[in-house]
Write a protein that binds this ligand. Structure first.
Ligand SMILES: *Cc1c(COP(=O)(O)O)cnc(C)c1O
Length: 457
């Protein structure tokens, strides 16, 4: 085959946008464990889940067998506004590192929400609208999910109520304003608007909140408000399904040039971007058609895969949600307040947890100062100012590329650049001023949270 010069950006045509999502569960021999009813310990029935979630999304959540699911036209047409997203060859980063490795990144920051979250937000808003709902409630941590959902809800003319983790609400006032621009209402969590919020505030006065608290509040409001349902931006099977567009596009782009990745790297908070990016590649691996090294990268301050346990746990602090089997630190876990890099959820997608437990993928954790060092290097050579979350993947991609420099191996590395970091300048500022520290929980601290796991299974 003649040597083809790989372009700086591999763009796909509009008609190469995938017409179906890929449901990785269909190819998993060991399926992810079902959600359990915390009262009975039995698998959640569809009608129980439908009290909280939209019906069509419940169907997707429970579907472990259909490999491809059609993307409805309304969602497909919305995707066309900002997809297919580019797969970029990081020539300048390679040169800077002096590595023989070939590095590619799939850039998902090219929309106003600044992240991949819009891929699932628009799908969830569509199904809510189709069901005739008035609106949806949700939580947001760093703010990208809330922004993405606000955009999606305004597109379909739905009401959107966001509970935003208090520490982010205070640190990122402009995020809040973007959401309000799209018509959402934003409440700092924990709040006094919900019973569970009041309870959490009474037990932890002055708390800066957590995703787990905000989820409990959003669920409570959804269940109590006629015509509302709750939606979640990560962790759930349905979210990984929607995010498979990332991986499907990546695979199409690589196939066009006959490129086969050796290593695929993604940051992991709840696991949605990583689950989406790896989906078609993991599918090949599960079917025995190809092999890839797949690496999940998490913060050392919130290490659910690398230091958590694989067990049934609550998805939220208020314990109002179903139990999920996942790698978890315990639903009470709140990362240290000086942790700035996102990815602070205590658990991990059940799909990724099962794949990790089956040793089909690896996980590693990185310190936040190392993450910001990688972020800055990347910004200076590749031009894009990365989100701190994404920079976890950049860190490990750089480390793997530097290993290739030592061994002389020309490995092909693909990583997910999930978003931009314009709203994270307080964290960047701390890093530049030398004020950023690395807090890593001790074994004793983690054991104390673990002791409170529900005794199930
Ligand atoms: C939310 C978010 C993440 C982490 O969430 P996952 O569900 O693990 O993908 C990573 N990067 C960005 C930019 C995000 O907004």
């Amino acid at each position: 085959m003649p040597e083809t010069k790989i372009p700086y950006k591999i763009y796909l045509n509009e008609n190469e946008l995938p017409k179906q999502w890929y449901n990785l569960r269909a190819d998993m021999k060991n399926k992810p464990a079902p959600l359990l009813n915390p009262g009975t310990g039995e698998p959640m029935k569809p009608e129980e889940l439908e009290a909280v979630f939209c019906s069509e999304l419940v169907k997707q959540e429970l579907d472990n067998t259909t490999p491809y699911i059609d993307i409805p036209d309304e969602i497909y047409n919305f995707y066309k506004m900002y997809r297919p997203s580019p797969l970029v060859r990081a020539y300048f980063l390679e040169k800077k590192l002096g590595t023989p490795a070939k590095i590619y990144y799939k850039f998902e920051g090219n929309n106003t929400s600044g992240s991949h979250k819009l891929n699932s937000a628009i799908a969830q808003a569509y199904y809510a609208k189709k069901q005739g709902l008035k609106g949806v409630t949700t939580e947001t941590g760093a703010g990208q999910w809330g922004t993405a959902l606000s955009m999606a809800c305004s597109f379909f003319d739905l009401d959107c109520k966001v509970f935003m983790v208090k520490v982010s609400y205070e640190q990122k006032p402009f995020r809040r304003e973007v959401m309000r621009t799209y018509g959402a209402s934003v409440t700092p969590s924990p709040s006094t608007e919900t019973e569970v919020g009041k309870k959490i505030l009474a037990a932890h006065p002055g708390t800066t909140g957590s995703l787990g608290c905000a989820i409990s509040e959003a669920v409570e409001v959804a269940v109590k408000s006629e015509g509302y349902r709750y939606v979640l931006g990560s962790v759930l099977n349905q979210v990984l399904l929607h995010q498979s567009v990332i991986g499907l596009e990546t695979k199409t782009a690589l196939d066009k040039y006959g490129i086969k990745p050796d290593i695929i790297i993604g940051c992991a908070g709840g696991g949605s971007n990583l689950g989406g990016l790896i989906a078609p590649f993991m599918g090949e691996k599960l079917r025995g058609e190809a092999d890839y090294r797949i690496i999940a990268v998490e913060p050392a301050s919130c290490p659910s895969l690398t230091r958590g346990v694989y067990a049934y746990d609550f998805c939220d602090t208020g314990m109002v949600c179903p139990l999920a089997k996942m790698y978890t630190l315990g639903s009470d876990f709140i990362p240290s307040a000086n942790h700035a890099g996102g990815l602070r959820y205590h658990g991990m997608s059940s799909i990724l947890s099962q794949l990790y437990d089956d040793k089909l993928m690896e996980a590693t954790s990185v310190k936040q100062t190392d993450v910001f060092e990688a972020a800055e290097l990347f910004a200076r050579v590749e031009g894009i100012l990365p989100a701190p979350e994404s920079s976890h993947a950049i860190r490990v991609a750089i480390d793997e590329a530097l290993k290739c420099k030592e061994t002389g191996e020309e490995k092909t590395i693909v990583f997910g650049l999930t978003g931009t970091g314009y709203f994270d300048m307080v964290a960047y500022e701390k890093f530049h001023d030398g004020q950023m520290s690395d807090y890593i929980p001790t074994d004793d601290e983690l054991a104390a949270y673990r002791a409170k796991l529900p005794k199930i299974g």
